[in-house]
Write a protein that binds this ligand. Structure first.
Ligand SMILES: NC(=O)c1ccc[n+]([C@@H]2O[C@H](COP(=O)([O-])OP(=O)(O)OC[C@H]3O[C@@H](n4cnc5c(N)ncnc54)[C@H](OP(=O)(O)O)[C@@H]3O)[C@@H](O)[C@H]2O)c1
Length: 248
């Protein structure tokens, strides 16, 4: 039987690249999206055209009832999940802290932190051997920002990724005996649409000089690291934070 994988925020960027590789690697893939159904359906069609098995499901991962519905729909349509990539994440316009209001902070923390917790909760309920499951793997998509702090750009976003790092370490220990591995990737500057949300679509070009490898990364380069952490090739790796950042 296929391994069943949910990737949150897989309609574009790193999530979409991971979905394509996972589809080719034999996973049945749930391509979750927030608004962009057309793009998510396109990823599903590409996976199917390659002989894979995939399904697009919309859900706002920051909302508990939508997360519960998403996981139930995957139970019914693809089967019990064995893998989760907590990829969906947002950042908002670059600014200093003096200009950040509570509404913005709550939006960023709700999607990036609460959303990842809620999805991990539903995954552990299904995967844990303690709950009658067969184990599995969770990969959280953190960021090099968790180390760097993103001063003058978005310290709120960076702090949300710091929370994801701590969550990764803690959850990994909590469920290690129950057949579940939990790891994170920390991408650096990656060429996706997320930088436009910060108000600087050309950010990769500006920042690349500060990267020891002198370039931004691609979504596929991050996706390959995620796939390794999901696979049995990393069977003794848990609680790890894997840098995918060109040395930055
Ligand atoms: N790109 C980078 O340089 C970089 C660096 C470090 C870490 N990361 C992290 O990598 C992850 C993916 O980033 P990306 O660059 O690929 O971003 P992206 O191109 O902006 O794509 C974001 C994805 O998340 C989805 N999404 C947003 N809010 C959601 C919600 N509440 N519920 C469900 N889905 C939601 C979007 O869906 P719709 O298309 O439907 O709106 C989209 O599929 C994020 O966690 C980000 O923080 C990125």
């Amino acid at each position: 039987m296929d391994e069943v994988l949910i990737i949150t925020g897989a309609s574009r960027g790193i999530g979409a690249a991971t979905a394509r590789i996972a589809g080719r690697s034999g996973y049945a893939v749930c391509v979750n999206y927030l608004k962009n159904k057309v793009a998510a359906m396109q990823i599903v069609e590409e996976i199917k055209a390659d002989g894979g098995h995939a399904l697009a499901l919309g859900a706002d991962i920051s909302q508990e009832e939508e997360v519960v519905k998403l996981f139930r729909a995957v139970d019914d349509k693809l089967g019990k999940i064995s893998a989760l990539v907590n990829n969906a994440g947002i950042l908002e316009t670059q600014m200093r802290i003096e200009n950040m209001d509570a509404a913005r902070l709550n939006r960023v923390f709700l999607t990036n932190i609460t959303g990842s917790f809620l999805c991990a909760k539903e995954a552990v309920k299904r995967m844990s051997t303690k709950n009658g499951g067969k184990g599995g793997a969770i990969v959280n998509v953190s960021s090099a920002a968790a180390r760097l702090g993103s001063a003058g750009e978005y310290v709120d976003y960076a702090a949300s990724k710091g929370a994801i790092d701590t969550f990764t370490r803690g959850l990994a220990q909590e469920v290690a005996e129950e057949g579940i591995r939990v790891n994170a990737v920390r991408p650096g500057v990656i060429d996706t649409d997320i930088h436009a949300s910060g108000g600087e679509p050309g950010r990769v070009e500006r920042v690349k000089a500060s990267v020891p490898m002198k370039r931004g990364g691609s979504a596929e380069e991050v996706a390959k690291a995620i796939m390794w952490l999901l696979s049995s090739e990393s069977s003794y790796t848990t609680g790890s934070l894997l840098e995918v950042s060109g040395g930055r």
